[in-house]
Design a protein around this ligand. Structure first.
Ligand SMILES: [Zn+2]
Ligand SMILES: [Zn+2]
Ligand SMILES: [Zn+2]
Length: 107
């Protein structure tokens, strides 16, 4: 990409998250809170909650602020199931979910 197109791209907020649809450099972080692994839902690990929060800056990969969720496909996100890098950790994570389905409550 030519340099000035790249600058325009950054000024526009960078790429769009495939889940929340926000521009990664304009949003505080992703609004999708869980991943599905098999039949269970796991709360995602926020940027900074893994002990790797850095200078209050945005995530170098997806632009999330500390205390907010990474955007989809971020290299820095850890798997909530095994604690390793989410991309390629080998868990059976089928997809991200905006929020887990409401549990049925017995009354
Ligand atoms: Zn997002
Ligand atoms: Zn990130
Ligand atoms: Zn995993």
């Amino acid at each position: 990409m030519p340099r000035n197109e790249w600058a325009d791209f950054i000024a526009a907020g960078g790429s769009e998250c495939k889940a929340c649809g926000q521009r990664m450099l304009k949003a505080d972080g992703c609004t999708w809170t869980h991943v599905q692994c098999g039949s269970r839902y796991y709360r995602r690990i926020k940027y900074g909650d893994d002990g790797r929060a850095y200078d209050n800056g945005r995530c170098p990969d997806c632009g999330a602020k500390p205390g907010h969720y990474h955007h989809i496909g971020c290299d820095m996100e850890l798997c909530p199931v095994c604690g390793r890098q989410l991309i390629g950790c080998g868990c059976d994570i089928s997809h991200y979910v905006e929020r887990p389905p409401a549990r049925k409550r017995d009354k």
